[in-house]
Design a protein around this ligand. Sequence first.
Ligand code: CU
Length: 270
Amino acid sequence: MNHGSGGQHAENVPAVPGGLQVSQDGYTLELKTPRITAGQETPLRFAIKDDSGKPVTKYNEAHGKDLHLILASRDLNTFRHLHPSLEPDGTWSTPVDLPAAGDYRVFADFTPAGQGAHALTLGADLAAAGSYQPRDLPAPKATAEVDGYTVTLDGELAAGTMSKLTLSVARNGKPITDLEPYLGAYGHLVALRFGDLAYLHVHPEGEPGDGTTRPGPDISFMAAAPSNGSYRLFLDFKHEGTVRTAAFTVRTARPSAGTGRHGRSGTEDH
Ligand SMILES: [Cu+2]
């Protein structure tokens, strides 16, 4: 349950964050469709290959799926969380519909089956041809609106240290207390670092049915940033049968010697 809250140095902050490499620990993400067309539904196809070049067909499930596919535009304004299907020959495929031309990053988050297997996130570039205007990273803000829901973020992401982030879901000013489980949790959070799209694993605190975790309005996570900087957080939550994504820009709380690091106003200066 306890992932080291209370400001302990996080033992599970990897030296190199996930998602930056197309190949790691003998596994390679091979994107079979590195260029797609924006503005229409297009199949995206890829394979995970092992060090002998064979496509991996056996995986260990995480959050109810063998593989989670995250797609984000380089400017972090577009985000997709998809669950492709695996063909018998080891090819994964899913339809994607991207709103605009631009540079995108594809992240495959999976655990190959087998002894000593561990979770990997491999990343590859995806281009949607056409002219485009990159947009600025939205300004940091503690609330996000999606389809009439307001999601409020409490807590601060810190570099190298696990901290608790709590997201609270409301609609028309009323807290939502009947969130539905989605992939075994009341919420899924993905964090991407601005500048290189390093991918952070974020662990939910508690799960549906454990006797203590309530179906909203609060959803809590433990997260540690690999460095100071700006991040875009994407929360997926399910209510009334629909999964929605709320997105936030955050800057890490910069630890400063002797003064404590929880000043809410002290994080806007870089
Ligand atoms: Cu997923």
